[in-house]
Ligand binder design. Sequence first.
Ligand SMILES: *Cc1c(COP(=O)(O)O)cnc(C)c1O
Length: 364
Amino acid sequence: MTGDGTTAAHAGERPAVPGEPHRPGPVLSTAWHLPGAPDFYGRPDNPTYRDLERALSELEGGSTVTAFASGMAAISAVLFGTLKAGDTVVIPSDGYYATRSLAADRLAAFGVTVREAPTLGPYPLEGASLVLLETPSNPGMDVCDLAAVCADAHAAGALVAVDNTTATPLGQRPLELGADFVVASDTKALSGHGDLLLGHVSTRDDGLATRVRNWRTWAGAIPGPFEAWLALRSLATLDVRLERQATNALAVAELLVGHPGVSGVRYPGLPGDPAYPVAVKQMRRFGGVLAAVLPDAAAVERMLSASRLASAVTSFGDVRTGIDRRAQWGGDDVPDGFVRISCGIEDTADLVADLTAALADNAG
Ligand SMILES: *Cc1c(COP(=O)(O)O)cnc(C)c1O
């Protein structure tokens, strides 16, 4: 058992062969000479996917991982790979908006009953066959007690999938807390450079892994080999990136909590945050994302134009600090001045000084 930094730096590595590259390039082929296993055509499998999947499995402490073209492709694989007409699914009412849209529009059309529940519960589990959780939730940063909800869901006969995008495998291991699936957008902090879209599903159940894998093959939601390779390259620095992002997020949370122009600061790693007691119990680290409320859209605008380091971006988990005023998109039930702040890996003192200056206009 090695530390996170060591595991990340070597994740997915192939055995050393003299004369072969230390880091092999992406395998871009769609066709292989036959006969031969396991590769014959590009859609079912690819050596670069396998390297990435092995790396993610190592980071998650052991699981069967299937890589997907995006986080939504991964979520779709679990929804469409497990649900059938007549089933009931419970999804977060305060989670990622595209999941809610997909469920409300497509799952309902295929005869699945969709129930929404807030991350803090209560969960309407009776008769449910699948519960999708998202913790910490995006964008509200609420945290649910995974072990407790998994136990209740299993007692009710439901499978549990956890969207682990915000935490990443180094921040939280839902499979160890009882979840049947992890789903994630690796577009965010996991790859961390704002230059690729990718997702994955993990499970420790062979039957469930086969269903997800079959969905990928049939629906064709496969990652590009180059993106898989870029993500694998990025994974090596996940531990050091997360460490700085979390340090920055805590410092920014402390700055904002004491600021007269800011309310509603949420960061699970902030002692005093309502999520803190559950977060310390189940999270291995708290990540780089926090939420806060400024008085209005104009105040957010002023902060963004005064900041030299933070830019307006709607993704998160990047090495550069980004701020998203969520109400502009219309999908979340949040006030006009609500911002999701994603801390990058800038020096903590520089970031705090920059945001302090950028917020000076908003005081009182
Ligand atoms: C971004 C995100 C997704 C969707 O991921 P894509 O890679 O954009 O498809 C799903 N869940 C959460 C929590 C996200 O933040």
